[in-house]
Design a protein around this ligand. Structure first.
Ligand SMILES: *Cc1c(COP(=O)(O)O)cnc(C)c1O
Length: 227
């Protein structure tokens, strides 16, 4: 077994163990492999081990990989910072965007998404600490942006994403994830059909699963260190 296949098995075991521990065996959790700065060869190893959802952060790098692997039926998620001049290639090449954090970007993605493609699945990235140095919108702006996205026919609002500061213990890791889960509930209580909590990475996926993650985005634990 190659190292990617082996690592992938370990990650799947961690997910399954956390699902059991936190009473979530019946709920599907999607593993998105964060493949930024990883080679096409490593992505192919993950494919051979049964993975078909990949997340990329950089538009050019991501599209090069999408083209290189176009013969496989893979699902590509954009998880990086979105520059407004990159909305067209993102809307054309990706099935999901996890990092939506402004009305302008939402409108541009909507305008760029082709009419004959299925709507682009989007999550709003939330900056839970309201830190000026972090990506995402502050918590008090989430409802307003969600309402706007619902008016855009080429986007399908799926839920929320966050990327908290690294934190040492399960308990401290759980706190921001619990906050994101509450924000999703607020949207559901406002009548929105949102179902996705994109949260948890190599170091904190157990905490995210404990708080209701439906997608975990895992890079180094699958592929090893980035190039
Ligand atoms: C790189 C990245 C990940 C994966 O991080 P790891 O610590 O390598 O698992 C997840 N989400 C986003 C947005 C990333 O940029």
């Amino acid at each position: 077994m190659n190292s990617v296949a082996h690592n992938l098995q370990l990650v799947r075991n961690r997910i399954e163990t956390a699902q059991k521990k936190f009473g979530r065996e019946q709920e599907p959790i999607t593993l998105v492999a964060a493949s930024k700065k990883q080679s096409v060869a490593k992505i192919q190893e993950a494919m051979e081990a049964g993975l078909w959802t990949f997340g990329e952060n950089y538009v050019q790098e991501g599209i090069a990989k999408i083209h290189a692997l176009s013969s496989a039926a893979l699902e590509w998620h954009f998880i990086g910072t979105i520059q407004s001049n990159k909305c067209v290639p993102i809307a054309e090449h990706f099935a999901w965007v996890h990092s939506l954090s402004s009305a302008v970007i939402a409108e541009r993605l909507n305008n760029a998404r082709e009419n004959n493609a299925v709507p682009l699945n989007v999550c709003i990235q939330v900056n839970l600490e309201n830190s000026p140095h972090k990506a995402g919108i502050p918590t008090h702006e989430v409802l307003k942006l969600a309402e706007l996205i619902l008016t855009l026919p080429r986007l399908r609002l799926r839920g929320l994403m966050t990327l908290p500061e690294p934190s040492p213990t399960l308990e401290t890791q759980r706190k921001p994830f619990r906050q994101l889960a509450r924000l999703l509930l607020d949207l559901q209580h406002a009548g929105m059909a949102v179902d996705t909590l994109s949260m948890g990475m190599s170091n904190d996926l157990e905490a995210a699963i404990a708080e209701g993650a439906t997608i975990v985005r895992v890079g180094t634990a699958i592929f090893g260190e980035r190039l």
